[in-house]
Design a protein around this ligand. Structure first.
Ligand code: SAM
Length: 499
C-alpha cells in the first residue's frame, strides 16, 4: 500500500514538474501561453457552453457603459470569451453579433482605416510549411527591391492615395539584414511625390533582437506586427521545421523584446487554418492579457489572416480551415474581448466576407494590395512572386467608394502616432472614448485629401456629400469650426492638417 502511495506521489510530482505553471506576468513563452491553461480553458468552455445564465452574465459584463461623456468597456478574459466561442446557441450568436456592433460603434464610429502592404524581399531562410517563400521552394523567383525600386513602388502607392504602409519581408540575415529594412524605411518616408506622402510605416518582419527593435523605433515605425502563426508549440515546431523561426520561445517572446526596445504599438495575429481555432483564440487572448499585465498596454492591433492558396501551397492540405461563419464569430468575439484593439482584415478575404466583418468589429482594411515583390509598378497584377492569392482585387478608388456606400468613413489618418498618441497614452484616450474627438475629424480631413487628389468623379461626388453629412454631426462647436476651416484649406491646396 505504502509503495503504491509513493508511486502515486512520484507520478504526481513528475507531472507537476513537466507542467509549467500558467503565469501571465512571466516573460517565458510557455508560462504566459501555457498549454495546460489553454486546455483547461477549452475544457471549462465546453462544459459551460450551454450554461445560458453564465453566458448572459458574460455578455452583460462586456457591454459598453456610459459615464457622463465617457464610455467604458471591460472586455473579457480568455476564459469568458472561450465560453462564448464554444456556445452554439443561435440566440446567443445573435447577441454576440449585436454586442460586437454596439462596441464597434461606441469606440470606432464608422471609421475604417486603409493601408497597403509593401513587399520588400522574398528571400527567406525559413522552412514555413504554409508559405511559398520557404527556402525549399527553388522555382519561385527570388527578388529584393533596390532603393530605386522601393522609390518607384512608393510613388505608385502614393499615386493611388495611400498614406499608410505595412512593409513585409522574408527572414534572411544576409539578403535582408536590419540595415536593409532601415534603409527602405528611410527611403519610403523621404518620398514626397505631388501631394503624396507615406506618413506611417508599419513593419511586419521576423522576430529580432531588442537592439534591432530599438533601431526600428528610431527609424520612426508605427506598429511592429508579427503573426504568431500558431500558439500551439508542438504544431508550431512542425510547421516551422527549419530556420530561425523554428524557435517557438524566441518568436512568442518577440513582442516583449519589441516593447523593451521602445516600440509601444505591437500587432498580434494568428494564421487561422493551421491549428484548432478554439485553441488559437484562447491563446491569442492570453497573449493580449500578458502584454497588458507586463507592459501596461495590450496589443495595438490583431490580424486575422486565413491560410490562402499560393505558389506551391494548397490550403486544403491544412486540416483546421474555418468556414466564414466561424470566422465572423471569431472577429465579433475579438471585438468584444479586446474592445480597444484595432482588428485588421486583409485582401486575403473577398469583398463579401470583408463586408460582413466590417460591421462586427474590423477597424482596418488593406486596399488594392499586391503581395508580390515589386507588384505596384506593374501594369498587370504579377503573380510569380505573390505571397498569397488576393481575393479582393479592386482598386483603391473602388474600395473607398464601396466603404462610403456602406456608410463607413474611409480614413487615411496617421495622426495618433505622429502626435505621440501611442502605447499607453493612446490606450487611455481610447478607453475613455476621448480619441473620437481626434479620429472623426482626422478621418474626414484625410478623406477630403483623397477626394481632391486621387478619386474618380463618381467617388468624389459621393464622398463630398458624405463629408457634409458627417460635418453636421460634429457636436463640439470649436472642433467643427476648425474642421470646416481645414476642409476649405484643403480645397485651396493645403495638406496634412490634423487634430
Ligand atoms: N517573414 C515574416 C515573419 O517571419 O514573421 C513576416 C512576413 S510574411 C511576408 C507575413 C505573413 O504572411 C506571415 O506571418 C504569415 O502569417 C502570412 N502568410 C504566409 N503564407 C501565407 C498563405 N499561404 N496564406 C495566407 N497568409 C500567409
Amino acid at each position: 500500500m505504502l509503495r503504491l502511495y509513493i508511486q502515486m506521489y512520484r507520478n504526481g510530482k513528475l507531472k507537476m514538474e513537466n507542467e509549467k505553471l500558467y503565469n501571465k506576468k512571466s516573460l517565458k513563452a510557455e508560462e504566459f501561453i501555457n498549454h495546460e491553461e489553454v486546455l483547461r480553458t477549452l475544457d471549462y468552455a465546453e462544459k459551460n457552453k450551454n450554461n445560458l445564465e453564465l453566458i448572459d452574465k458574460i455578455l452583460e459584463k462586456a457591454r459598453p457603459v456610459k459615464n457622463g461623456n465617457e464610455t467604458h468597456c471591460q472586455g473579457l478574459t480568455h476564459e469568458e470569451a472561450s465560453i462564448l466561442l464554444a456556445c452554439e446557441d443561435k440566440n446567443v450568436l445573435k447577441k454576440i453579433y449585436d454586442l460586437a456592433e454596439e462596441i464597434k460603434h461606441a469606440f470606432y464610429g464608422e471609421r475604417i482605416v486603409i493601408f497597403a502592404p509593401l513587399y520588400l524581399s522574398n528571400y527567406c531562410v525559413n522552412g514555413c510549411i504554409y508559405c511559398p517563400y520557404h527556402n525549399q521552394n527553388h522555382h519561385i523567383p527570388r527578388k529584393k527591391l533596390t532603393q530605386e525600386e522601393v522609390k518607384a513602388e512608393v510613388i505608385a502607392l502614393q499615386d493611388m492615395g495611400h498614406k499608410r504602409l505595412a512593409i513585409e519581408s522574408g527572414e534572411d540575415p544576409v539578403n535582408n539584414p536590419i540595415e536593409y529594412i532601415l534603409e527602405c524605411i528611410n527611403t519610403i518616408y523621404s518620398i514626397k511625390h505631388k501631394n503624396g506622402a507615406i506618413r506611417r510605416v508599419n513593419v511586419n518582419i521576423a522576430a529580432t533582437t531588442v537592439e534591432n527593435y530599438r533601431k526600428l523605433k528610431e527609424a520612426g515605425i508605427g506598429t511592429y506586427i508579427l503573426f504568431q502563426e500558431t500558439y500551439h508549440k508542438e504544431s508550431y515546431e512542425k510547421l516551422h521545421p527549419t530556420g530561425p523561426k523554428h524557435n517557438y520561445a524566441y518568436h512568442t517572446e518577440a513582442m516583449d523584446r519589441a516593447m523593451e526596445g521602445g516600440i509601444d504599438d505591437v500587432g498580434l495575429g494568428v494564421l487561422f487554418g493551421l491549428e484548432r481555432y478554439k485553441y488559437e483564440f484562447a491563446a491569442l487572448l492570453m497573449h493580449a492579457e500578458h502584454l497588458e499585465a507586463v507592459h501596461g498596454v495590450g496589443p495595438h492591433t490583431i490580424s486575422v489572416p486565413r491560410v490562402k492558396k499560393a505558389d506551391d501551397i494548397d490550403p486544403t492540405k491544412f486540416d483546421n480551415g474555418i468556414d466564414d461563419e466561424t470566422f465572423a464569430k471569431i472577429v465579433a468575439l475579438t471585438r468584444i474581448a479586446v474592445p480597444y484593439t484595432g482588428i485588421i482584415i486583409s485582401t486575403r478575404e473577398s469583398q463579401a466576407v470583408r463586408e460582413k466583418l466590417l460591421k462586427l468589429g474590423v477597424s482596418q482594411v488593406s486596399g488594392a494590395s499586391r503581395t508580390s515583390v515589386g507588384g505596384y509598378t506593374e501594369e498587370e497584377r504579377p503573380t510569380e512572386t505573390e505571397q498569397f492569392d488576393v481575393s479582393d482585387q479592386r482598386t483603391l478608388d473602388e474600395v473607398v467608394r464601396w466603404l462610403l456606400q456602406l456608410g463607413h468613413i474611409p480614413s487615411f489618418c496617421t495622426a495618433c502616432y505622429r502626435e505621440g498618441r501611442t502605447g499607453e497614452r493612446f490606450m487611455s484616450m481610447c478607453k475613455t472614448g476621448h480619441i473620437q474627438n481626434c479620429c472623426q475629424p482626422n478621418a474626414l480631413i484625410t478623406l477630403k485629401e483623397f477626394l481632391m487628389d486621387y478619386a474618380s468623379e463618381e467617388t468624389k461626388k459621393i464622398g463630398e456629400e458624405f463629408i457634409l453629412k458627417e460635418l453636421d454631426k460634429v457636436e463640439n462647436e470649436s472642433v467643427k469650426k476648425i474642421l470646416t476651416n481645414n476642409l476649405k484649406e484643403i480645397e485651396n491646396g493645403k495638406r496634412d492638417f490634423r487634430f
